[in-house]
Design a protein around this ligand. Structure first.
Ligand code: SF4
Length: 361
């Protein structure tokens, strides 16, 4: 069965027109699905019985199944393992901040990018998620917590820019005011640096408009040599090209750029590294445009052999960056008492690791 949550409002309208229905029904049905979250077509009380049965013969209103939740006693972070219709599993994280809640969602089952510090990549990429599967992660977490999610980061398993079309459709669905209506300014896409897709993203919305979404780069090293050791994608896209693309995104959208930097003891956390990183960021004007470096003490993955620096070393790195005019922040360690790092829960459960795997870079 097809998942009707995967259709944008425009696609839903086309479907309804093709079966002789009035176009305005699309908005009604979209609201039932994405705002009121009915679990069956029968719940759509202002839709004719005939249309409800027609839809039910081909579609299901969502197919995500909650398999496991780990709740942090320390800070309210909740980590989820969901099963998809084909029994593959994905992870999502609910993060509670003082004034809002953020969902960190996956964009693929597994990931092909091979970053050394990341558990999501251990079994490679199994498949892309559909737009509906991305949206459902948010709905399922809201249903479980009973709380509103206002911010979304696409920073879970997968490289979202390698699932570009579904990512765009997901953003269309989740920001549609007839449904969940999340502000695009509250959506952040995190990439490991797929250069052509960063330019595509900057072009979205046409000449005078742009998508308003935030872009984060998984940077993790101050130069190509060190980056290649941590992230195989650096073999394909050198830092000069990646940083130029990021600058282009900022020039076009004026959305604040974020640079994710996993601090690994002895690999990228020295004073010299901080100086070089600051120079790299200053070369694209990041000192004056409010860009932020998110410093993440690496979460040790058994397979990687990487070591987490001390709190003092992280502070020293941040201070050094700030001395060069670069904003840095050490990420609050949410959910440190649960399987916090991306991909760890799925890996420990051995879930979905051996379905039709797709390797790409
Ligand atoms: S950090 Fe992101 S891009 Fe790298 S392997 Fe993990 S999920 Fe993939």
């Amino acid at each position: 069965m097809k998942d009707i949550l995967d259709l944008t409002k425009t696609e839903l309208q086309e479907l309804l027109i093709s079966c002789g229905e009035k176009p305005y029904r699309a908005k009604q049905i979209f609201t039932w699905l994405h705002e009121r979250r009915v679990s069956s077509f029968d719940g759509m009380t202002d839709i004719s019985k005939g249309l409800r049965s027609y839809l039910a013969s081909d579609y299901v209103p969502g197919a995500l199944e909650l398999r496991e939740v780990q709740a942090s006693k320390a800070d309210g972070t909740r980590k989820y393992l969901f099963a998809l219709q084909d029994d593959n599993c994905i992870e999502s994280v609910f993060m509670r901040y003082r004034d809002w809640n953020t969902a960190c969602i996956s964009s693929q089952v597994g990931c092909a990018m091979g970053c050394r510090f990341c558990a999501s990549t251990v079994g490679g990429c199994v498949r892309d998620l559909t737009a509906g599967e991305m949206a459902e992660q948010i709905y399922a977490m809201e249903a479980d917590t009973g709380e509103n999610i206002s911010n979304v980061v696409i920073m879970g398993s997968g490289e979202p820019l390698l699932n570009y079309r579904n990512l765009m459709r997901f953003i269309d669905i989740i920001s549609d005011p007839s449904g969940k209506g999340i502000s695009r300014r509250n959506i952040t896409v995190s990439t490991c640096g797929i250069v052509p897709a960063i330019y595509d993203l900057a072009r979205e919305g046409g000449e005078d408009e742009h998508m308003q979404i935030n872009l984060a780069l998984s940077l993790h090293a101050p130069n190509d040599e060190k980056r290649r050791k941590l992230m195989p994608v650096a073999l394909k896209y050198p830092l000069a090209e990646v940083m130029e693309a990021m600058k282009h995104y900022f020039d076009r959208t004026h959305r604040r750029l974020t640079f994710e930097y996993a601090l690994v003891s002895g690999e990228n956390d020295t004073a010299e590294d901080a100086k070089e990183l600051a120079g790299l960021l200053r070369s694209i004007g990041a000192a004056g445009n409010g860009a932020l470096v998110n410093l993440i003490p690496v979460n040790p993955v058994r397979e990687s052999g990487l070591v987490r620096p001390t709190r003092e070393a992280c502070e020293a790195f941040k201070n050094k960056l700030e001395n060069f005019g670069i904003n840095g922040s050490i990420r609050r360690e949410l959910g440190s008492d649960i399987d916090g790092a991306c991909g760890q829960l799925r890996m420990r459960r051995g879930a979905g690791a051996d379905r039709t795997r797709r390797e790409e870079a």
